[in-house]
Design a protein around this ligand. Structure first.
Ligand SMILES: [Zn+2]
Length: 75
């Protein structure tokens, strides 16, 4: 599990839907670095840190069209 930072490694990340999250993407709840991007069925987007993504995941699954999850990048 010795993965690279992957910040610019979008080309090989074909499993990722949409663009990768960066350090400038911030959790909507607390402002920490975001590791989840939730695309809502309504068309909006939400960003969450790992903590809040986990805290809200049951709710998010009900409203999300897709969830882009990079929490496995956290070592
Ligand atoms: Zn947060």
């Amino acid at each position: 599990m010795n993965r690279d930072e992957g910040k610019e490694d979008v080309m090989s990340a074909t499993y990722i839907e949409g663009s990768a999250l960066t350090a400038s993407d911030r959790c909507d709840r607390c402002g920490a670095q975001a590791y989840l991007r939730v695309t809502l069925t309504s068309g909006g987007e939400l960003l969450f840190c790992a903590h809040h993504g986990r805290a809200h995941q049951n709710k998010l699954r009900q409203v999300a069209l897709s969830i882009h999850d990079e929490t496995d990048r956290i070592s």
